[in-house]
Structure formats: C-alpha cells, structure tokens
Write a protein that binds this ligand. Structure first.
Ligand code: Z15
Length: 826
C-alpha cells in the first residue's frame, strides 16, 4: 500500500506558495497569519492558488489564439460548481505540496476548504452535469466556454425548523469570490421591449430595427476551469447585469424619468436570484428575461470573438458550436439569426444554414410540467424582434411538415413551434438544432418512440444518445481520499484520467484481504459522516448500521414518499415484533424542495416527523434511525456518497431521464436499490443485476398504464393490510399528534377516493411490495459481509463507463467535432 494517489508535481513551487499566502494576508487584511480569521485564511490561500492558475490560464488562452481550435459554448442557466479551492489544487496536481506548505504554516487544508461557500448556481442534476462537463472538457484538452448567469443569490440555503423546510437566501458573494475575474472590457448591451421598425435603406433593403426598448449592460465574470494535470485552463463566463448609465436627474420629461427608473430596476432584478425549480417550469416573465439576457450577451460575444480572427461569418459553424443545456437557452437560435441578418446582413437562407449548423440541443426530461411554453403575448412584448424571427421559423417549419405530410393537420397541431398561443421551446430547439440528444439510453428511446415520436419520424438523423457521466476527480479523488488511495495502490492511478482502468480492481473482489480493507475504508467514511450528522443534526447514528441513502431534489416522481412509507412499515413490524431479526439501518435523506411545491415540502415534514418518533422510541432499541440532512449540496454530498452502503434510485420507471447521483454512489462502492429507470439500466448492465437490487414496474408497464388511464390504487389499499395501516397513519395523527390532517394531502395524492382526480400517478402503492421485498434482500445481502464487500468492490470496478470524460468524448466525436489542444512544453 505504498502508492498514493497524489502525484508529485514538478511545476508547483511550494515556497513561493507559502510566501504568497502570507503576503496575501498582509495586503488583503493588514494582518499576520495568527490574527487572521479562518475566512481570511481561506481567501489568502485561494488567491495564492489563483496565482498559479492564472499563469496556466493565460498560456492556454494564448495557445487557443494560435491554434484556433473549434470551440464549444455550453449554454446553460445552471452551473452547480460547488467549491473550487480543493478541486483546483487537485487538478493542478499540487495537493502534496499545498498540504505540506500549509502544515508548515500550522494550517489544515480541510479546515480551510470548509470556509468556502458552495457556488450553487444550479438546482440539481442538470446544473451539476454542466459542472462535470466543464471539468472533463478542460481535462481532455478541448476549447470550451461555459456561459451562464452570475446570480447574486444561488440555490437557497435550507434550514429545517420544527421539521419544515425554511428557505434562507444564499448570499454566496458576501466575502467576495477570490477565483472570479471581472471583465468589463467585454461588456455587451442587451435590449428588451419596444417595437420593431422597418427602415428601407438606399439599396432598397429592409432593415429591421428595435426601437423604444430598454437596455441592460451585461458584464462578464470569468472563472477558471482547471484541467487535470495538463496545464489547460478553460473559462466559465457568467454575466452580471448593470444599468446602462445613471439616469439624468435634470430630465423633466416624466416619461423618460419613468423609463430610466424602469431600466435601472430591470438591471437590478435580472440576475438577482436563481429560480429554485428543478424539472418544473413556472412561466415567470423574469425567467424569460434571464434567459434572453445571458444568451444575447453570450451569442454576441461568440460572434465578435469569431470575427476578431475570421472574415466570413458564413463559416461561423466551422469554429463554433452551441450546446443548449435543455430548452432554457433555446432563444439562442433566434438571437443568432437576428445577429446574422440584422447586423451581418445575411439573407434568411444564409443565416438559417449557419444557425442550424451551430446549435445542438440536449433534452433532460420527459416530465410534461418541465416543458417550457411561453405565452406569445409575453414573448412578443419582451422580445419583439426575436419573436418575429421565431414566427418566420415556425411558418417555414410548418411548410416543411405539410410537404412531408400533405393534408395532415394533426402533425401541425402536434409539432408546430407556435400553437395555441404559445411558443414551444423544445420544438424550436429540435427544428433548428443539428443534433437532439437524450441523456441515457432508455431516455433517448422514450424520446424517439413516445414523447418526440413525430419529430424522430421526420428527422431521425438528428437524434442520438449521450449517456450522462460524472467526474471522478471530484467524486472519488477529492471526495473519498481513503478509497482513492486504496484504488491507486491496487491498480495504479491511471483511473484519474481514464476511469475504465478501474476495472482492474475486479480481481480483488474475491480477495479477502482486499474485502476487509475496502469495508474498513467504508467504515471510516461512515464514521466521518456520523460525525457530520452529530454536529449538524444532533442525532447519533451507529456507523455499523446499514447506511441507506437517498439524496437528490425532492420530487414526487423520485418517490422519497415510497422510501419513508416503507420506513413506517418497518417500524410497525418492529413494534409488533420487537425481537424479530432486524439488521440495524440508518435511513439518510437529503433534499431541497422547490419553494412553492407543497407535496414536496410536506414530504420533508413527514420524513422529519417519522424521524422524531422512530429515533426516540426506546422500544425498538435504535434499530432504525432516520436522518434528514439539512441543506444538501455539492460540498456535503462529497461526504455522503463516500459513506453510503445503499444507493436509493427509486424513481417511477420512465420518469428519471438519467440520474447522476446513482453514478456517484456506484463509484464510491454503494449498491444500487433501484427501478429500471434512466441510467440505472446501464449501471446494472455494467455491474450485473446480482450486484444490485432491482424492483418495480418497467418503463413499458408504466407507459402502458398511463396510455390506458392509469391504475386503481384502491384495490391495493383494500387488499393489503400492511399498506392500509401505513396509509391510515398518515391521517390518524400517528406522526402529527394533535393535527391529524397535516398529511392529508399526501394521503390524497395516493388514494383520493373523494374526487375524480387521478391518484397515485407515480405508482407508489403499485411498487410498494416489490420495493419491500428488494429491501429484505438488501438486509440479507448485508449480513453476508464478504458477499457485500465483493459486490461493493465490483460496483467500483465497473463504474468506468460513467465518467463524464467518456460522455464528453462522445459529444466531441458525434456532435461537436472539436480539435484537441495540446500545450507545448514550457
Ligand atoms: C434537471 O435537474 C434535470 C432535468 C431537467 O429537465 C431539469 Cl429542468 C432539471 C435532470 C434530470 O431530472 C436527471 O434525470 C438528469 O440526470 C439530469 O437532469 C442531467 O441530465
């Protein structure tokens, strides 16, 4: 076990770094190291690391200038980056030197890292995927920009008060962000509102100009994205909004004054806060403003950067590609058309050719409530010129539909971009994109044959699958140093940049010594999490119990309710039969609910209420513990994945497009307890179904029920006394003493015997028995310690496919066709 994962860096200057830290504390705070607060020490260390990063950043960008590689712009409303310091140190391969240097200064890197606020510019899976992609793009050496919004407030901080979620603003910039760089020289103007005027010029051309608009200045802030060990540093560019100019106090014109105030307010509001909805579209005007704001600025910048080096805008797509992360940035299609026609005077056909060779679209969900449909009234008022262009795209698209399906009104109804007074953003993205991809094999198949069937039949060549992935640098190397070192000691450290190499671990799965070492590491990670839980929740948990974990956004389709109903069922069994054979289990939850999502919030309250009862009942002897981890986010996720035995991936089959938490658990040696949904299907394919616990309806069965009006849960309620007992406990005050109606809405969502509304649309009762049986198998399997260790090691060994390096290489090969960049030796 001599080999350590941390390589010796040849370029990182330890002494320079130490001096830099002390100098920073002096010049930033006029203090000595001893006088500085922990936050100030963090800032000083972060600036010292930034110094090393900036050298590589400049070198990389210079090299891009020289080599002029094709560049991807990953356009996304969300980048869920988490903390930067630890990740940057790892990717600089400077961990050993930094740790030594800090040690010599009497500082502890872990404590310093803990001072950094998470950059939580995202909700969940979609935003974290974008962050993993940036890591992989830089590590693989591809020229890439992430383009997004510099929200003043990111994802809210979750506090649990009296068992309820309370949202607290996330003022992540209070102490300043040491890694960001303000770039006012690249500011752009973005225009909203007004009306479109046509000017005929001297050549008889019609020029469309927006007049009477309000404008906002977009100021970019750049964040470095450090590649692992290759000197590459890419850029995440996030836009801040500023008023265009201070309005004139001597303006006596009331209209102008009013307009100036409105313009200033627009700038103030636009980047104020991230909408905290995951997989749900709320249709708010400000959200559309956010979308157009960052897209207009990003597209303007991409075009002007291209024109600084090239003269023919008609060949834009040879050097630039836009990836649309869901429909949120789809207005880019029309904005690019606008710039090409109105500012570069391309004809419609020329502009359309460039646009359709530049834009590609990723679909991340089939949940209908997530599909963006903007009322045309709102859209045309806010973006009059862009709307005009979309109308023309729609007109021509309908002509194409008619050409292919003459006289088929049904096709137009289902496929038009503008229909029923709404602009359908997914239809726009598909009509204008050269690629449409889903995020796991099953998801892409459902898109092709169900949700987007008509589009697939019309344009099959556009459709492709890109199964999601995660970065092993953050989720193993950084999150789980004990396991990372163990893996390296056994198979070398190639896995850090070539995850499939981790497959060499397979031969150790049956080796008893390896099994013991593995379980010992898992135990230590469970102790680390138990300590975190005690400090943050005041709950004592036994690291020898099974750590059964469900962490993800709270959503009905993800079925946290199924999990907690099953805990209630187990508790009933234990109460009836205190001496039954029962392996101690700790059920761990972590989840934020969208602020306005009532059932989701009540599920959090239910979990905490069950926790209160179960954790404090001496009759069950601590055999079940329920823990709700407050404020689940990237930084504590890293501790949680490392400590998990069981990975709960229990969405209603067909609803979870991919999932990425499932992959993070697998990489850390947890066994999946899940449905055949999203990427679970591919996980099981890699590791073998004997090393996972699969249950529940298949996606085909779910879709079948849905196409035939659902199923009737009352039958299950009537015939299964255990389930009936659990459901009655939702409404008899067992978990809400004095307020038996508290969970009535959850009960109604499952049964709803009173109204005609559909009940149990997520098949919780239908899948309950199958889930409970799978859980029994989990318990039996865990009792066989060697067998469990074997399966856990195999999960790690078979996780190679799920690196985002693989995903990105597939995007490059099949969609983007980027040039690989290698930096010359210094
Ligand atoms: C989001 O986090 C996801 C999809 C969405 O449409 C929105 Cl708005 C947010 C998630 C999927 O639910 C999840 O299955 C997937 O793994 C993730 O995107 C990344 O593709």
């Amino acid at each position: 076990m001599a080999k350590k994962t941390v390589p010796v860096s040849v370029t990182f200057d330890k002494d320079l770094f130490k001096r830099s830290v002390l100098y920073n504390i002096k010049t930033l705070y006029r203090k000595t190291l001893e006088e500085a607060t922990p936050q100030q020490v963090f800032q000083a260390v972060a600036y010292a690391i930034k110094d090393a990063v900036v050298d590589n950043w400049m070198r990389t960008q210079e090299e891009y200038e020289k080599q002029d590689p094709k560049t991807v712009y990953y356009l996304s409303m969300e980048f869920l980056m988490g903390r930067a310091l630890g990740n940057n140190i790892i990717n600089l391969q400077a961990q050993k030197e930094v740790k030594e240097a800090l040690d010599e200064l009497g500082l502890d890197l872990n404590v310093i890292e803990d001072q950094e606020p998470d950059a939580a510019l995202g909700n969940g899976g979609l935003g974290r995927l974008a962050a993993c992609f940036l890591d992989s793009l830089a590590t693989l050496g591809y020229a890439a920009y992430g383009c997004g919004i510099r929200y003043r407030y990111g994802m809210f901080k979750q506090e649990i008060r009296d068992g309820y979620q309370v949202e607290v603003p996330d003022n992540w910039l209070v102490d300043g962000n040491p890694f960001e760089l303000r770039r006012p020289e690249y500011a752009k103007i973005v225009k909203f509102g007004g009306y479109v005027n046509v000017h005929i010029d001297e050549n008889g051309r019609s020029n469309f100009v927006q007049e009477g608009y309000q404008s906002v200045k977009a100021i970019p802030y750049d964040l470095p994205i450090v590649g692992y060990g290759n000197g590459i540093v890419n850029t995440l560019r996030i836009w801040d909004a500023e008023a265009v100019e201070c309005f004139q106090l001597d303006s006596f014109d009331k209209g102008d004054y009013q307009k100036a105030v409105e313009q200033e307010n627009l700038a103030r509001n636009i980047v104020e806060v991230l909408y905290p909805n995951d997989n749900h579209y709320a249709g708010k005007e400000l959200r559309l403003k956010q979308q157009y704001f960052f897209i207009s600025a990003s597209v303007q910048e991409a075009v002007s950067k291209y024109m600084r080096k090239h003269d023919d805008i008609r060949k834009f797509y040879e050097k630039v590609t836009f990836q649309l992360n869901d429909t949120h940035p789809t207005v880019a299609v029309a904005e690019l058309m606008r710039i090409l026609m109105d500012e570069y005077y391309l004809t419609w056909d020329e502009a359309w050719e460039v646009t359709t060779k530049t834009c590609a679209y990723t679909n991340h969900t089939i949940m209908s409530e997530a599909l963006e449909k903007w009322p045309i009234e709102l859209f045309s008022r806010l973006l009059p010129r862009v709307y005009q262009i979309i109308e023309e795209i729609n007109r021509r698209f309908i002509l194409k539909i008619q050409e292919m399906y003459p006289g088929n009104q049904e096709k137009i109804r289902k496929m038009a971009i503008i229909y029923d007074g709404q602009v359908k953003m997914a239809h726009l993205a598909i009509a204008a994109g050269y690629s449409v991809n889903g995020v796991a094999r099953l998801h892409t198949e459902i898109l092709k044959h169900q949700e987007l069937k008509d589009f697939y039949e019309m344009m099959p060549e556009k459709f492709n699958n890109k199964t999601n992935g995660i970065t092993q640098r953050r989720f193993l190397l950084h999150a789980n140093p004990l396991l990372a070192d163990w893996v390296t000691a056994h198979v070398g450290n190639d896995w850090i940049t070539d995850l499939p190499k981790i497959n060499k671990l397979k031969v150790f799965a049956d080796d008893e010594k390896s099994q013991q070492e593995f379980m010992n590491i898992k135990y230590q990670n469970k102790v680390r999490l138990a300590k975190y839980i005690l400090e943050h929740n005041g709950i004592e948990v036994d690291p020898r119990s099974i750590f059964d974990v469900q962490v993800k956004r709270l959503h009905e389709y993800k079925r946290q309710l199924l999990n907690i109903l099953h805990v209630m069922y187990l508790y009933n069994q234990l109460k009836d039969n205190p001496d039954m054979d029962f392996y101690p289990r700790t059920f761990i939850f972590g989840a934020k609910a969208a602020a306005g999502y009532y059932n989701a919030k009540m599920t959090i309250k239910l979990i905490n209420s069950v926790a209160d009862v179960v954790n404090n009942d001496p009759a069950i002897n601590g055999k079940i513990k329920v823990v709700f981890i407050e404020n689940y986010r990237v930084s504590n996720a890293e501790i949680i994945f490392a400590a998990a035995d069981v990975s709960e991936q229990i969405s209603t089959a067909s609803k979870e497009a991919s999932g990425t938490g499932n992959m993070k658990f697998m990489l850390n040696g947890a066994l999946t307890l899940g449905t055949m949904d999203g990427a679970n299907v591919e996980i099981v394919e890699e590791v073998g179904k004997e090393n996972a616990f699969i249950f529940g309806l298949s996606s085909d069965e779910v879709i079948n029920y849905e196409n035939n009006g659902g199923y009737d849960p009352t039958e299950i309620f009537n015939n299964d006394p255990d389930i009936r007992r659990v459901l009655m406990q939702l409404i008899n005050g067992t978990y809400a003493p004095g307020d038996p109606d508290r969970f009535r809405t959850l009960y109604n969502s499952l049964l709803n015997t009173l109204s005609t509304a559909k009940a149990d649309t997520y098949f919780i009762l239908k899948d309950f028995r199958s889930y409970a049986e799978a859980q029994k198998k989990v318990e039996a399997a865990y009792r066989d310690e060697k067998g469990w260790a074997r399966s856990a090691i195999l999960n790690v060994a078979c996780s190679g496919k799920f690196t985002s390096d693989r995903t990105i290489q597939e995007y490059v090969d099949d969609i983007w066709h980027l040039d690989k960049v290698v930096l010359p030796k210094k």
